[in-house]
Design a protein around this ligand. Structure first.
Ligand SMILES: [Zn+2]
Length: 322
């Protein structure tokens, strides 16, 4: 029995090794565009290329809690991500869907981007575009906002911000929230019917509201929080801890493949050790790295070393799944 079980686990491992880390499986006939770099990487590269720094504003986006926004084609390092596109500014994406946004609070669905200060309009999206696809099952998974103005918060367009953004002349520190009302949540003005919404001041942890923190009408982050997901049935603000972003399905994971190169090697143990001392890593999947399922620690690196040395043939987390 033990032998059978071991073979079974080995088989599972072989199957999972054949699965790409990001598990975006696209047939050759489909042309799907995905962000090739993050906003921060693009801005940093442009800055170093010109020998100066590029002024930016930080804007936020909460991915709507609708299944339609969480597409298998918008997965990067085992997380759903948001994309951001604009078509002017001192740095600009080459093509739609633009750059990958950074994660602010994954469980709150909040993303952010540091956008060049001279950009006027942006579009947030769910990180992929399948314009060429004739397969409606793929095309219909693409979601985006309307074209959003990110300057002149005081100009009167932003009825949710009666006192302007934190800076009053731009949307720095603000968050775009898609309108939850399905009757009016898509714009009739653009053919593929993007989602409409409004800007709010972002307070952090998924809380947002109408007032800048400097306003005399601002009481506290919690008192001014407008996020409907943060209130219980009695209307008491209970914060966002109960909100959970969708988990990417487990079959997209290769356990032990911390650096997402598709294989479990001694480098994965090294990457974990570096992450534990907060050494920056471009590519890292904590979910894949936590091979015993009890949180990331040095034991995970040790288990991967033992695995690559042939001392074990599967990880404890895979026992739990089997
Ligand atoms: Zn809140």
């Amino acid at each position: 029995m033990k032998t059978v079980l071991t073979k079974y686990c080995a088989l599972i491992l072989v199957i999972s090794l054949l699965t790409a880390c990001d598990a975006t499986v696209v047939s050759a006939e489909e042309i799907i565009y995905q962000p090739q770099t993050s906003v921060e990487e693009a801005i940093a590269q442009a800055g170093s290329a010109t020998g100066g720094s590029i002024a930016t504003n930080r804007i936020y986006f909460q991915m709507p809690r609708l299944d339609s926004w969480y597409s298998e084609y918008g997965v990067y390092h085992n997380r759903y991500y948001a994309g951001i596109y604009w078509w002017n500014g001192s740095v600009q994406p080459q093509a739609y869907p633009g750059y990958r946004a950074s994660v602010d609070q994954y469980d709150q669905g909040v993303y952010y981007a540091d956008v060049p200060a001279d950009v006027i309009n942006v579009i947030w999206n769910n990180g992929f575009f399948a314009e060429q696809s004739e397969n409606p099952d793929i095309f219909d998974q693409h979601c985006q906002t309307e074209i959003i103005n990110i300057e002149e918060a005081y100009a009167g367009d932003y009825d949710t911000l009666p006192e302007g953004s934190p800076n009053q002349t731009d949307m720095d520190g603000c968050i775009f929230i898609v309108d939850p009302d399905p009757e009016i949540t898509t714009s009739p003005y653009i053919p593929n019917r993007p989602f409409v919404g409004n800007w709010y001041v972002y307070y952090g942890d998924g809380c947002y509201g109408s007032y800048a923190t400097t306003s005399e009408n601002f009481i506290s982050r919690d008192e001014n929080c407008l996020n409907p997901d943060h209130f219980d049935e009695q209307g008491v603000h209970i914060g966002g801890d109960h909100i959970k972003a969708p988990d990417v399905p487990n079959d997209t994971l290769v356990y032990g493949d911390a650096d997402c190169d598709g294989a479990v090697t001694i480098l994965d143990a090294t990457v974990i050790q570096r992450v534990l001392i907060e050494y920056p890593q471009d590519v890292f999947s904590e979910k894949a790295a936590d091979v015993d399922g009890n949180g990331l620690d040095v034991t995970d690196a040790t288990r991967i070393q033992r695995f690559t040395a042939g001392m074990i043939d599967h990880f404890p987390i895979e026992n739990a799944l089997v």
